[in-house]
Design a protein around this ligand. Structure first.
Ligand SMILES: [Zn+2]
Length: 454
């Protein structure tokens, strides 16, 4: 029997550890799910490994953590284009989310997760808010698991929102929603850290004050993490002022809702006072730069968050407001928007951007002890970056090349939990891209007929 299950040798290793150590040429050894060696130089001759990847000329990075997407929207790329948020929701996500079947959710999950894996993601957080039928959640989770990606399934709830166009099948009492969260936590309890179940209110205008309170009590009692869309556009504060006479962040703060279990998504309109409240309570941020540009929402105050020691991660958001799940593209936007909107090229660096995508993501989901860097004792979640493509050569600095001069063709290999899930254009799960595309086109036809009939 070999000492190791997998060795990646001759790679440049961007460890993304606390010291930001880069190893010019070294190797990483993996046993079962974990990194057991990270060393400079050649692999000693007495090291046996079941599988060895010679990564000469390539760069090894920790896997990216996509902290926000909506998987079903992979069916909706381009729908509702060029419309403002509430109009866009009513043209794309809400009507389609009402009619999709469990099988369609599964296909959408395969598509989303495969695209994520192909752009260096090893963990993906699904923010699930469609029709509340439990079979749809199971369909989505099955599709995520099919691909081998590490998953966070966030089963959110809406207990109001008809006045903003929320379909009635997406609305249920918070008590019923927490029962379903408990059901998912029970049914998938044996997945270990490959699948985590969270919850959360969807958006401000679809959650009652009672809903926030009941969900918070559940999460604190059961040690469950939660996420919510917050301060994406001015609608959040307008609605909150209308109903409660307060802006959303101060209101949540008063309720004790801002905790270190919370991931705030978008955060475009956070004020300095609200950033301080996030920092004081350990709330993390999911920055969704492409979606924020697509929907004209604006540029989130990311430098201010980082300087106040708020943990910042990066999400793609759903593919109906992006319109892909290409993580590398989101990272480029993540950096450029900060520079362009402040007219300051030094506003954020390439290595800070990679850090948001890796250890920022790990911390934002409460898994910084297991993910986010290439270090002994952590899970073996990582990808190999092949710079020898026209878009990327020559490579002077691996961080700058990965952020500014990259695309999916640079990702040669993605490893999750010690297993190679993608290598040289092939997915280990055996799903063929063209075949999946044909199935989705066929299902979209069915979905449109169903929607026309209703
Ligand atoms: Zn979203």
């Amino acid at each position: 029997m070999s000492e190791f299950d997998l060795i990646i040798k001759n790679a440049t290793i961007c460890t993304m550890d606390l010291n930001g150590r880069t190893i010019d040429k070294g190797y990483v050894a993996i046993r079962e799910n974990d990194i057991v060696r990270v060393e400079e130089g050649d692999v000693p001759e007495n090291c046996g490994s079941a599988q060895t990847i010679d990564a000469a000329g390539q760069v090894l990075f920790p896997g990216f953590v996509d902290t926000h997407t909506h998987i079903f929207q992979s069916f909706l790329k381009g729908l509702g284009a060029d419309h403002r948020l509430i109009e866009w929701l009513n043209l794309s996500a809400l009507p389609y989310g009402e009619y999709m079947t469990p099988y369609q959710h599964r296909l959408a999950a395969q598509l989303t997760c495969m695209e994520a894996i192909k752009s260096g993601c090893t963990t993906l957080c699904e923010f699930f808010y469609t029709d509340q039928n439990p079979e749809l959640a199971d369909g989505c989770i099955a599709g995520m698991e099919d691909t081998g990606i590490r998953s966070v399934f966030i089963r959110t709830f809406q207990d109001r929102g008809e006045d903003y166009g929320m379909p009635s099948c997406m609305i249920q009492t918070v008590e019923k929603a927490m029962e379903e969260v408990a059901r998912l936590r029970h049914d998938y309890a044996n997945r270990g850290d490959m699948l985590s179940i969270w919850t959360g209110p969807d958006v401000t205008w679809s959650t009652s004050k009672e809903g926030y309170r009941t969900m918070l009590d559940y999460c604190l009692a059961e040690n469950v993490r939660y996420a919510m869309h917050i301060d994406e556009t001015e609608v959040d504060n307008d609605m909150c002022q209308k109903n409660y006479g307060q802006d959303i962040v101060p209101m949540l703060d008063e309720m004790g809702f801002l905790t270190d279990k919370m991931l705030g998504v978008h955060c475009v309109n956070l004020t300095n006072d609200e950033i301080r409240r996030f920092a004081d309570n350990g709330v993390s941020v999911s920055y969704n730069p492409v979606s924020n540009m697509y929907l004209g929402s604006g540029a989130a105050p990311i430098r201010e968050c980082l300087d106040t020691e708020v943990t910042v991660s990066v999400g793609t958001d759903g593919a109906a407001s992006n319109n892909t799940t290409d993580y590398l593209e989101s990272l480029k936007f993540a950096a450029l928007i900060q520079k362009g909107f402040t007219r300051d090229a030094a506003r954020i660096t390439a290595s800070e951007t990679i850090a948001m995508g890796t250890n920022g993501g790990a911390k934002a989901i409460g898994m910084e002890d297991k993910l986010g860097s290439i270090e002994v004792g952590k899970r073996a979640d990582m990808f190999l970056f092949e710079p020898r493509h026209l878009k990327s050569i020559p490579m002077h600095d691996p961080y700058a090349t990965a952020v500014y001069s990259s695309s999916q063709e640079n990702i040669s290999t993605t490893i999750v939990n010690g297993k190679v899930v993608y290598r040289n254009g092939m997915f280990a799960c055996g799903i063929d891209e063209r075949n999946l595309s044909d199935k989705i086109t066929c299902e979209l036809g069915r979905l449109k007929i169903q929607m026309e009939r209703s």
